[in-house]
Design a protein around this ligand. Structure first.
Ligand code: IYR
Length: 328
């Protein structure tokens, strides 16, 4: 796989392709980052962007993980003390998950976001941003009803992080895209460059295939899950024999979350996927790429129950080191 393909694999959106191609041509010393609000334990959403960071490390990028304590505070996630404790625990879980400690810079937002120059630049950017734009940028990020002033400051700070962390590429899930577009539009007004961004897909709700999986509603998979929890959740997942299920009768779009997790979590981390089956049902199936597994599910060669069994095993393996870290 060439550097551009590795850097962009499984991305939903690349802004812009030309800009990422330029970075891929000479990745040495280039910096990419993801920011996370410290909250709870690592779940499958964190792991999806972490997979992208692992790809970027393999492509030669320097990787920065921002543990966004001030952002979590502004979004009502607790006291600073609680948030910082959570940040420490999440850092250990990221390393257990596979982010090489010697190649990853972990930064706490409060290490620089309270500096005078940052605060003055923040105010300059506030002058360039309408309240309605900040509110729109937060639509898929804010917690609770309504938008507080704190939550309106949040995306403006996120834009400024790209400058202060000196990164060449900002990564986030698709729910971050409006914040990144705000950054692209407003940073030039304070004399900074428009940042290059890349967004990873959102995985649908495991049980229904509708909307997006979230830790606050419905079923998610996290590093707190036992092997049995994972088996139960995956067994109960929506998995029709297609990657492109029909919408519901009410017209809601649906995805196949089992296939999505194979595509975005399992294949990026394992060279070969083995679906174990007794000899009487045709014996084991082996896959070197996602597309062949998808085709076999569609054709009926691979039964959803067997696909789920394999998925639970691989997810369990991915989660185990982080689970052990939490238990320490
Ligand atoms: N908005 C993110 C957290 C976050 C991301 C970045 I990239 C920042 O620079 C700051 C905060 C979230 O929703 O978790």
């Amino acid at each position: 796989m060439d550097a551009y393909d590795l850097i962009t694999r499984n991305a939903s959106e690349v802004v812009t392709e030309d800009e990422v191609r330029a970075l891929a041509d000479d990745p040495e010393g280039k910096r990419a980052y993801v920011g996370y609000e410290p909250s709870g334990v690592l779940h499958i959403g964190h792991m999806l962007t972490a997979n992208k960071l692992i790809d970027l490390q393999a492509a030669g990028f320097e990787v920065v993980v921002l543990l966004a304590d001030v952002h979590a505070y502004l979004n009502g996630k607790g006291t600073f003390e609680e948030i910082r404790e959570t940040a420490e625990r999440m850092k250990a879980q990221f390393i257990a998950y596979g982010l090489d400690e010697s190649q990853t810079e972990f930064v706490l937002g409060s290490e620089y976001q309270l500096d005078e120059s940052y605060v003055l630049d923040l105010h300059a950017l506030e002058l360039e941003t309408t309240l309605s734009r900040a509110e729109r940028a937060m639509a898929e990020i804010k917690s609770g009803d309504g938008v507080t002033v704190a939550q309106a400051v949040y995306p403006i700070m996120q834009a400024l992080d790209i400058v202060y962390l000196d990164v060449d590429l900002a990564i986030g899930g698709m729910e971050q895209r409006k914040v990144h577009m705000l950054a692209r539009d407003t940073l030039p007004s304070i004399g900074e460059e428009s940042p290059t961004c890349m967004h990873t897909p959102l995985i649908a709700d495991l049980g229904t295939g509708i909307g997006k999986m979230s830790s606050s509603a419905g079923v998610t998979i996290s590093m707190e899950d036992t092997t049995e929890d994972i088996e139960d959740k995956v067994n109960g997942a929506f998995c029709p024999p297609t990657a492109d299920p029909d919408p519901t009768d009410e017209g809601e779009e649906r995805e196949n979350p089992v296939l999505q997790i194979f595509e975005y979590h399992v294949f990026p981390r394992f060279e070969r996927v083995v679906v174990e089956r007794p000899e009487q049902y045709g014996g084991n199936l082996e896959y070197d790429d996602y597309e062949t597994l998808e085709a076999d599910l569609e054709s009926g060669e691979l039964h959803p129950a067997d696909a789920k069994g394999a998925l639970a095993d691989y997810l369990d393996e991915l989660i185990e080191p982080g689970r052990a870290k939490i238990a320490e």
